[in-house]
Every structure is written in structure tokens, then in C-alpha cells.
Design a protein around this ligand. Sequence first.
Ligand code: G
Ligand code: G
Ligand code: MN
Ligand code: NA
Length: 255
Amino acid sequence: LQLQQELLGALDRNEFLLHYQPKVVAPAGPMIGVEALLRWNSPQRGMVAPDAFLPLAERTGLIVAIGNWVINEACRQLKLWHGQGHDSWSIAVNLSTVQLGHPGLVDTVRDALQRHDLAPACLVLEVTESTAMRDAETSLIILDQLTSLGVSISIDDFGTGYSSLLYLKRLPANELKIDRGFVTELAQGNDDAAIVSAIIALGKTLGLKIVAEGVETAEQQALLTRLGCNTLQGYYLGRPVAAEKLLASLDSVQE
Ligand code: G
Ligand code: G
Ligand code: MN
Ligand code: NA
């Protein structure tokens, strides 16, 4: 209840912020965009990661207001970067189950793109398999409407959910993100390399761009590239950082 009270005020007090993690062309760049990751800078608790408050925000419905802020803030920041010469960058925003099921989502996205004068294609909406499956038929309708706006849809944490191939085939997605659970032990000679190959083959058959997340070592970077991933994301390519730090770190990602 305490946390809920604090969360309620956090938006008004402007305590939320976004960190940005690079997505780079395999193996080592250039950077083609970022994933926006929500942080809560709480006066009482310090910097709070989303896992600590998203479940509560979902249960209380607060996620809708917070999520709308995220979408607008991400668009505002991307427009700034475009104006600074990084005009090919895209930005990815995560959507939770409650957000996807909320009737205002499509309008929120359309308004944010218009307000910040952004081409829809540079906004990527990341939806996990489980989120899309929660109310599968409704999700398809919403995702189709979002696709009609021109935004990209990315299937996040792929391989951790239960979607049938038939459903996957119907999803209007542009991108598939291989869950980092398959990447962590990739170089250790278990089945993960075969699983990743199969996911890549499946994704390519469906016409999807393949992103690997959780890339932490040079070995994983090389293997994933050899297996056919288009895009890499992970601590090895760049940690999530505040906007000011991202430009400063570009040298290491070679832009
Ligand atoms: O950075 P990491 O601890 O940042 O994120 C933890 C989890 O929180 C991930 O599953 C990520 O998808 C989710 N997440 C991060 N930012 C957002 C956001 O803005 N909205 C939603 N719905 N989920 C987010
Ligand atoms: O569920 P989603 O993929 O949106 O979550 C992104 C989460 O993964 C964030 O918490 C982010 O901080 C974290 N993350 C990003 N790169 C890495 C990585 O290389 N290793 C690990 N362990 N976590 C990562
Ligand atoms: Mn994500
Ligand atoms: Na993920």
C-alpha cells in the first residue's frame, strides 16, 4: 500500500526516467536504435528497477498512465536525437499486458508520433509472447491497428511463451527478439546453439528481423552473428544508460 501511494505520486513529481540500451547491427555496429527501459528515481528508495514496481502498476492499472508517459518521453527523446544527426535511429518501447488491452493505446501512440513529428516506422513496440497470448484474439486486433499506423512490432522474450506457430503466423510482427535465456550459455556446447538456429530459421521464414538480447561476451557476439542474427543487444554492446551518457558512449559502439 505504501509503494502504491508512492507510485501514484511519482508521475506527478516527475520521478520516472528512461534509460536507453543500444541495438546494433551484428556483429559490432553501427547502432540502429535503442530500447527504452523505465526507471523510477524515488526519493525514498533510490533508483528502482521496473521489476520492483511494474507488477503493482499492472494490478492497479497505473501502468496505463506510466506507459503513456513512456511512449511520449521516448518519442520526445528520439526526435531530439534525429535533430542531432542520428536520423536513422529507431526507439523500442515495451508494452505490458494491461497496456495492450487498454482501448486508448492506439490513440496514445498516434498522438505521440504526431506531437513529436516522427515517422511511425521509427517506433518499435515490444510485446512479449505471453502478453500477446493473454487475450490472443483482441491482441491481434490491437496489433493490426498499431501496424496500420506504421509502427513496428517486436516479439520480445521469444521462446519463453506458449504461442502456437499458427498464432505466430498471424501476428503482424516485424521483429523477433531471442530471449537471453538462450544466449547466456550459448557458447557452452549444449543444445542452445541448435535452439537458436531453429528460432532464427523460423523467424526468417516468417519474414522477421532477428534480434538477440543479453549478449555479454565476444564469443556470444561471434556465434550469434554466424548463426544469422541481424541485430545484437546486451551489456557487451552497451548497457542501458541515461540519454546524456548514450551519445558519449557511441565511440565504443562505433557509429
Ligand atoms: O531494465 P530492466 O530491468 O530494465 O527491465 C526489466 C523488465 O521491465 C523487462 O521485462 C522490461 O521489458 C520491462 N520494462 C522496462 N521498461 C518498461 C516500460 O517502459 N514498460 C513496460 N511495460 N515494461 C518495461
Ligand atoms: O524483457 P526485456 O527484454 O524487455 O528486458 C530487458 C532487460 O534486460 C532489462 O532489464 C535490461 O536491463 C536487461 N539486460 C539488457 N542487456 C542485458 C545483458 O546483456 N545481460 C543481462 N543479464 N541483462 C540485460
Ligand atoms: Mn524488451
Ligand atoms: Na526480452
